[in-house]
Write a protein that binds this ligand. Structure first.
Ligand code: SF4
Ligand code: ZN
Length: 725
């Protein structure tokens, strides 16, 4: 006996529309027709309704005609189950269901019963901008809308990992016998949330309207589809967003109805239980419903049905691997070992060698492995990647090297921060217990370098140094090369070029952040200068570094250019419309999280101080680097505070609009030493040859009261500059 899907969907749709009508009536009775209705922080109203019908629901009264439309769409309830050879009526029922569900979920926000706990509810437009773009640029092929629950926690975790590994977003809603997929994952301590791509929307199946609302907004915002052009909204999703419904557990009428809504978007349903299948018809070339698929095959089957192109990395490591793990967080108590982090030297370095010197695929650990360490250990590390290839050029080295950050982060249970000789890696206890070792980091890196830069790199070998003395000597070699790279820019000035470059590499961490890289201002990580960005663009025209035609100069001193402004506006979706390249006080550059140092205003001294990442003591405003980092990061313009690369401090253009180098009144000794030669040279150039000695450090003090007498005694130039604020 097989139930007729169309009949069940129509029955479910009737029940959901009825429920929406009842809840709307209750809200109208208690709150009145003019009471506002909105989902949090979105310009797309109730997005499915807006996208499909063009109607803006902003008050309770606006929801009435929408539900009337839903009712109109509802096919009559069939008196008895009967086989219909085509899906038409079920699709209408599905659309009616979506309108009703969107109103039900929006009413939760009106009545103060919006999702809480692990349930995240509607995604706002910030999330849409951050995450939706990944569906467009291919970082995420699409999403799985999971309904119900797996038979047990272990199966849930396995399925989630499998989908994460295919870079899919996993949207979750609905229950089976009181259990939900999201709660099963939470019970197994799996990190939920947008950064790990495991997104619990709500407890009831209706909350999947947020999956479709997200898909609709992707079509409207990135696909340029006009609201109300329902055909294009649906086609965009069918063609561009590779999504499917994963139905776990017995399928109820309401699930059928919701699934019929999803089928309108071209999203097929894959079920683990035995329900009637629906084979391709009309424009669709794939099955609409595939049922009875065992759990160990269900993700693979979904991918096959929907035709996802997932590049399978043939990498054998004991943990999962893929961009979905980039956003992971590993807290200190969960950390097995910490590498670098200012407590031990740690660097990464990619270099080209002759073909004969590289043994392809060789990964070597020179020094202790993780097994030789106790929990809570600190390890030094030199990650040295040697590549060879006929097309490889020296100028591509920094471009490939900057990607090591991402490749290491792709490992589940490994978090990588920083670049060059400021590297910090955390390895979780879980990953260690699963068998992850240093060697696997090397294997992951070798694998990705070949996979992503195969056109350049014929051979790659990776050496991980973990013996302190070797790390130090190898680090010197690397540093000499970092310096050569920085110097290669030589006397190239900003006026001498007509193109700057953007860098959006850090958007996977700080989605709104863009660096603008000019000859005289390198990216704030210190690892992407103008030549690197140019080489990166040459390598991949659709990559993270895009050329910016400078355009006309709006403000020479502040460094504001029409072309830069419009590029910022474009790349931040209108969030930032003006950027001053040479000021930290007015429309400054935003920061992600990888800055080598932070500059902050010290009003009492009419100057600024700069603190480097390695310095963990107090600064003159009583905050440590880590606290300041939390303030400047996240892609916001924060006048008075700015993340920067150490090398930028020595640039002629360093905050020239705010007074330049003479503004710097305090730096940690370590940073001063690091910049010593440069500070002496720059000091001489600007007529303050002893500037180096006039800058205070922590040995003078870490409060304005302590350092002020020093600045006065040294007649620090900042004291006689125009007021900084
Ligand atoms: Fe690019 Fe800036 Fe990130 Fe460096 S910090 S990788 S320049 S976006
Ligand atoms: Zn960054």
């Amino acid at each position: 006996m097989s139930r007729n899907i169309a009949t069940a969907a129509i029955r479910g749709a009737h029940s959901i529309v009825r429920r929406a009508e009842k809840r709307l009536q209750e809200a109208l009775d208690t709150l009145g027709a003019d009471h506002p209705v909105e989902l949090p922080n979105t310009g797309y109203y109730l997005p499915v309704i807006y996208g499909i019908t063009g109607r803006k629901v902003t008050r309770l009264a606006d929801a009435e005609p929408v539900l009337a439309l839903a009712r109109e769409l509802l096919p009559p309830l069939p008196a008895r189950e009967r086989w219909t050879p085509y899906l038409g009526p079920a699709l209408d029922a599905g659309m009616a269901t979506l309108f009703a569900e969107e109103i039900i979920e929006a009413l939760r926000y009106v009545t103060g019963s919006s999702p809480g706990g692990i349930w995240l509810g509607a995604a706002d437009d910030v999330i849409l901008r951050e995450r939706g773009i990944e569906f467009v640029d291919g970082r995420a092929p699409g999403f799985a809308a999971v309904v119900g629950a797996a038979p047990d926690t272990a199966t849930a975790v396995k399925l989630a990992r499998e989908m994460q590994q295919k870079n899919l977003y996993v949207f979750m809603a609905g229950r089976t016998d009181g259990a939900s997929f999201a709660e099963q994952l939470a019970a197994a301590d799996v990190q939920l949330g947008w950064p790990t791509r495991l997104v619990p929307f709500g407890e009831e199946v209706y909350a999947h309207i947020f999956s479709l609302g997200f898909a609709t907004r992707v079509a409207l915002s990135f696909g340029g589809v006009s609201p109300g052009d329902y055909h294009r909204v649906l086609m965009y999703n069918k063609d561009r967003v590779f999504a499917f419904v994963l139905a776990l557990g017995p399928v109820t009428d309401e699930w059928y109805a919701t699934a019929a809504g999803a089928i309108n978007f071209g999203f097929p349903v894959i079920a683990d239980t035995d329900i009637p299948q629906i084979l391709p018809y009309g424009v669709c070339t794939y099955e609409h419903v595939v049922s009875g698929v065992p759990h160990d095959r269900i993700v693979a089957r979904a991918v096959e049905v929907r035709g996802l192109k997932v590049a399978a990395a043939e990498l054998e490591v004991p943990v999962a691997f893929g961009p979905a793990f980039e956003g992971e967080i590993i807290r200190r108590p969960d950390t097995f070992v910490e590498i670098g982090a200012g407590r031990a030297p740690a660097f990464e370095f990619l270099v080209t060698r002759p073909m004969s010197e590289v043994e392809d695929g060789r990964v070597q650990v020179v020094g202790p492995e993780l097994d030789n360490l106790g929990e809570g250990g600190i390890l030094p590390l030199g990650l040295v990647v040697e590549v060879a290839g006929r097309k490889m050029k020296e100028e591509f080295e920094p471009v490939l090297e900057r990607r090591l950050h991402y490749f290491v982060n792709y490992l589940e249970g490994v978090v990588h921060i920083g670049q060059r000789d400021i590297v910090r890696i955390r390895i979780s206890k879980k990953a260690f217990a699963a068998g992850l070792r240093l060697r696997h980091i090397g294997e992951a890196v070798a694998n990705r370098v070949k996979a992503e830069f195969g056109s350049l790199v014929d051979k790659v070998q990776v050496t991980l140094y973990s013996m302190p003395d070797l790390v130090l000597t190898e680090q010197e070699t690397a540093r000499a090369q970092y310096r050569r790279r920085d110097e290669r820019l030589g006397s190239l000035t900003d006026e001498a070029v007509d193109t700057f470059y953007t860098c959006s590499l850090c958007q996977s961490f700080a989605p709104a952040h863009i660096c603008v890289v000019t000859p005289e201002r390198l990216g704030l990580c210190g690892a992407v200068n103008w030549l690197d960005a140019r080489a990166s663009y040459e390598l991949k025209q659709t990559g993270p570094n895009q050329p910016v035609a400078i355009g006309t100069c709006i403000d020479e001193v502040r460094g504001q250019f029409s072309g830069v402004n419009s590029a910022m506006e474009r790349y931040t979706q209108g969030k930032i419309t003006a950027l001053n390249l040479y000021s930290m006080m007015e429309n400054p550059m935003t920061s992600c999280g990888c800055f080598e140092a932070i500059a902050a205003v010290l009003p009492e001294a009419n100057g600024i101080f700069i603190v480097n990442r390695e310095y963990s003591g107090d600064t003159p405003i009583g905050m440590r680097f880590s606290t300041l980092a939390g303030m400047v990061g996240g892609g916001e313009q924060t006048p008075g505070f700015m993340g920067l690369a150490r090398a930028y401090i020595l640039s002629r253009r360093f905050i020239q609009a705010d007074g330049g180098l003479p503004r710097v009144v305090w730096m940690p000794r370590q940073l001063k030493e690091y910049l010593r030669a440069g500070l002496l040279r720059r000091g001489a150039e600007i007529g303050i040859p002893d500037l180096y000695e006039r800058v205070a450090d922590e040995t003078v003090g870490t409060s304005p009261d302590d350092i002020f007498p020093f600045l006065e005694a040294k007649q620090h130039p900042a004291l006689s500059l125009a007021p900084i604020m």
